[in-house]
Structure formats: structure tokens, C-alpha cells
Design a protein around this ligand. Structure first.
Ligand code: SAM
Length: 194
């Protein structure tokens, strides 16, 4: 069974080569991407946020699932990696790239989102209240890299355990841990009138 190929974004073949050449080893794996694309397709006309553009893997997968009326804002602090993403994806009018610290972005963000893929430190290990406030009722908050990874630095397992414990306490969200790809937590903000 190939569970990723149906939605595979064409730009990925170019992004992969450039990402390897750059030595960037934090790109999302295909199964995370396929999940993002599938979730994006559930939000027609949606407003999407990716924290941590990297070289554009998640961006490309999200775009592949989004319809024409949807919009994606993607944020990263490192202009060198964003440059790779922009080279292959900036022709798509649905996406806006912003190079800024994620914490600063979150402080200035307005409105709410239908899906947030939190793939940078701010919005995941810090600024959790701020980012979760940006998820609208019925909207999704997605984080990955929750299962032990070979490239984790010392001390990171404790940080992930604290993050998961914090997320589990958020009663405003229905949530599930998925043994999928690098380990995903999928959370949906419950309607306020329950
Ligand atoms: C896991 S990678 C993102 C991978 C990407 N989402 C993908 O799907 O391939 C994490 C990214 O977070 C960015 N980053 C690190 N600190 C940040 C910060 N304070 N604000 C914004 N981005 C940050 C890094 O430059 C890196 O590109």
C-alpha cells in the first residue's frame, strides 16, 4: 500500500534536491505531508497557518490539498530555507511567505485559522496559549515529531513529554495521538456552545 502518492505535490521533486544540497534535515516526511494535504482538503475556503516553513515540504503538501479559495500563511525566521520554498511555490497565489520570528508573528496575528501546522519552536514548545487562541471552533491544530527521533538533542524527550502533557489538559480541544509518521497530535477546537 502506498499511502502518500495520490496527493504528492509535483514541486516536491525539486524541493527534495535543494533541501539535500542545503543540508536541511528537518523537512516533513511524506506521511506527515499526506495527512496535512488530506486535512487541508476538509476546509474549503480555509485559512491556514504553517509555523516553520523550512524548505517548503509542508507548504507544498498543504497547497496540494487546499482548494482555490483557501489561503496559506507560512512563517520562518531563516531566509535561506524560505528562499528554496519560494523558488518553487511562490507562483501559487494562495500562499504568503513571511520571514519573521514565529513569536513575533504570533504576537501580531489577527483573526483565526481553520488549520495551524505548528512546526517551529514558537507555537509548539513556547507560545502555546497564543497559537491555540488562533484556532477557530472546528479548526485543527497539528504537531508532529512527537515520537523519539534520532536527531533529538539531549533534553528534548522531556520537552516533548511536557508539551504532550500540556496539550492533553486543553479541554477546549478534542484530540488524538497518531502513531503516524514521526508521531502526530491532531487537535480540533470544540464548538463553544457545547
Ligand atoms: C521542522 S522545520 C520546518 C519543516 C517544514 N514545516 C516542513 O514541513 O518541511 C523547523 C523550522 O522552524 C524554523 N524556526 C526555528 N526557530 C524559529 C522561530 N523562532 N520562528 C520561526 N521559525 C523558526 C527553522 O528555520 C526551520 O526551518
Amino acid at each position: 500500500m502506498d499511502d502518500t502518492s495520490a496527493l504528492r505535490p509535483p514541486a516536491l521533486q525539486w524541493l527534495e534536491g535543494e533541501t539535500t544540497a542545503l543540508g536541511f534535515d528537518m523537512a516533513s516526511e511524506p506521511r506527515t505531508g499526506a495527512l496535512l494535504a488530506t486535512l487541508a482538503a476538509s476546509k474549503p475556503g480555509g485559512r491556514f497557518l504553517e509555523l516553520g516553513t523550512g524548505t517548503g515540504f509542508g507548504t507544498a503538501w498543504l497547497l496540494s490539498g487546499m482548494d482555490d479559495a483557501s489561503r496559506l500563511e507560512t512563517v520562518d525566521v531563516d531566509p535561506a530555507v524560505v528562499e528554496v520554498a519560494k523558488r518553487y511555490l511562490s507562483d501559487d497565489r494562495r500562499v504568503t511567505f513571511t520571514v519573521v520570528d514565529g513569536a513575533e508573528y504570533l504576537r501580531g496575528a489577527s483573526g483565526q485559522f481553520d488549520l495551524v501546522f505548528a512546526d517551529a519552536w514558537p507555537g509548539k514548545f513556547t507560545h502555546l496559549d497564543e497559537v491555540l487562541a488562533l484556532v477557530r471552533p472546528g479548526g485543527l491544530y497539528v504537531v508532529d515529531d512527537l515520537l523519539p527521533q534520532p536527531n533529538w538533542p539531549a533534553g528534548h524527550p522531556d520537552k516533548v513529554a511536557s508539551l504532550v502533557a500540556d496539550l492533553e489538559r486543553r479541554d477546549a480541544f478534542a484530540q488524538v495521538a497518531l502513531q503516524w509518521a514521526s508521531g502526530v497530535r491532531l487537535m480540533v477546537r470544540r464548538p463553544t456552545d457545547r
